[in-house]
Design a protein around this ligand. Structure first.
Ligand SMILES: NC(=O)c1ccc[n+]([C@@H]2O[C@H](COP(=O)([O-])OP(=O)(O)OC[C@H]3O[C@@H](n4cnc5c(N)ncnc54)[C@H](OP(=O)(O)O)[C@@H]3O)[C@@H](O)[C@H]2O)c1
Length: 430
């Protein structure tokens, strides 16, 4: 590579537009640090005639992103289109096959096809960089690959989705319902018009698969991740949790248990004094638990054009410095498959809120179901509502297996006094 490195952007939306501005603003700084000037030569978009805030010379626009793959004056393709399939997938596969370096912010693509893409990149001696795909402003990927290289990681966990963290923390701080806060998040641009993949945990699960693979030097797991979102968390539970000394957070957790991989994404009750409990709003945080480092925490904004562009520029600088590296930290042949730990064997204590008819004998009927499933109760609060003739029973259990909890829930659902599906939230010690 000479002093100018030619870049093609595929996608010029929220992220692409900001990335373009920040590169041009930082061009001298990037040269100082890498000895190379990045030059944005081409920009591919879906609709060339769309009115855009940033004025770009017409000659830079390209109609078909696939043409970038065959251009001799393109060294790096930055894919900012999005989605695991379609144009993004086709472009990234073909770019690597044609020996172009690729930078992407696309977690859906990497979590699904990262292994195949890494193997093409490695074979063709080009980079596949994806720091922006997980927790944008938190440089967790480069930290695992480089800064924490000396460590044997046992567990990696944290808050990987800013939208859900904003919703949960604002419900508590503003004492407002899920729907009120979701609407506010949409107005502020913290939630997309269709936030389903954030709310149901699948966005976090995609990111977790990428992190597990890096942390444990394994192929990206195809296992079914225990994934539960925050849609059924309501203010009542947040307030009960608070009174009991907990906060509710959507955590993504990956750990090795008995040489098997356990990955899960679900709401957790965590001690309000823990570090993670203090991460509020749109912030993300990742805790890496390893040897010899112990626990190392990184936190920052997880999404948005600024943090995402910061991550993209770190990827870009790595390529400009000619640092060709294995996309997942180790070579493809040293990565192995890992089998999954049976989720039903996972042990935890839990919080349950059960709405029941307020009648004599109900409490003993409910506690008998716990005894039958061998689940012992640590703490029980009963809150009657005399007007509606209903009562809420809030229970904190001792540790037990996921299997027993699932059986418990199924028995509770069948009980004639129980009015609706009980709320069940696992308690995590972090
Ligand atoms: N937004 C965030 O905070 C964030 C954070 C981290 C990672 N990411 C990731 O960054 C990527 C981009 O996100 P974004 O928010 O910038 O999306 P966006 O605003 O929807 O922009 C998508 C861009 O891709 C272009 N595009 C779509 N289909 C195309 C096609 N077939 N051919 C050529 N161009 C096409 C669009 O063209 P037009 O402009 O002509 O419509 C648009 O410029 C995604 O992978 C996303 O997951 C986003």
């Amino acid at each position: 590579m000479n002093n100018y490195t030619n870049i093609a952007l595929a996608g010029f939306g929220n992220i692409g537009g900001y990335f373009y501005k920040i590169i041009n603003k930082n061009i001298k700084n990037i040269y100082l640090k890498t000895g190379n000037y990045p030059l944005i030569k081409y920009i591919a978009v879906k609709n060339i005639n769309k009115k855009r805030k940033i004025k770009i010379p017409k000659k830079k626009y390209v109609k078909n992103p696939m043409s970038l793959v065959f251009k001799d004056d393109v060294d790096i393709i930055v894919e900012l289109i999005g989605g695991a399939e379609g144009m993004a997938k086709k472009l990234v596969f073909e770019a690597l096959k044609n020996k172009k370096h690729v930078i992407t912010a696309n977690k859906a693509l990497i979590s699904k096809y990262g292994d195949k893409l890494a193997s093409i990149a490695e074979k063709n001696n080009v980079n596949l960089e994806y720091e922006a795909s997980v927790a944008g402003g938190v440089p967790i990927i480069r930290s695992i690959k480089e800064g924490l290289i000396a460590n044997k990681i046992n567990k990696i966990y944290g808050i990987l989705n800013g939208t859900t963290n904003y919703i949960l923390s604002s419900m508590e701080n503003k004492n407002k319902s899920f729907n009120d806060i979701l609407n506010k998040a949409k107005q502020l641009g913290f939630a997309e018009t269709n936030p389903e993949s954030d709310l149901n945990g699948s966005d976090s699960a995609d990111k977790l698969r990428i992190l597990s693979s890096l942390a444990f030097n394994k192929f990206i797991s195809k296992n079914k991740i225990l994934t539960e979102g925050i849609q059924s968390i309501n203010l009542t539970d947040i307030m009960y949790a608070k009174n009991l000394g907990y906060k509710i957070k959507l955590l993504s957790i990956s750990e090795i248990k008995r040489n098997k991989l356990m990955e899960r994404v679900h709401p957790c009750l965590i001690s309000k004094n823990s570090y993670i409990a203090k991460i509020d709003g749109v912030l993300n945080a990742v805790v890496v638990d390893g040897l010899p480092i112990g626990k190392s925490v990184l936190q920052g904004e997880g999404a948005g054009p600024g943090p995402t562009s910061s991550a993209l520029i770190s990827d870009l600088c790595s390529i400009l410095k000619n640092e060709i590296n294995y996309p997942f930290g180790v070579s493809v042949k040293s990565r192995k498959k890992i089998s999954s730990f049976n989720t039903l064997d996972h042990l935890c204590s839990s919080y349950l809120r059960i709405e029941v008819k307020d009648l004599p004998g109900v409490l003993s009927s409910i506690t008998k179901i716990f005894a039958k499933n061998k689940i012992s109760i640590k703490n029980l609060i009963q809150k009657p509502d005399k007007v509606k003739k209903i009562a809420s029973i809030i229970i904190i259990t001792h540790e037990n297996s996921e299997k027993n909890f699932q059986n418990l829930l199924s028995h509770l659902n069948k009980n004639r006094y129980v009015l609706k599906n009980p709320t069940f939230i696992r308690i995590e010690s972090v």
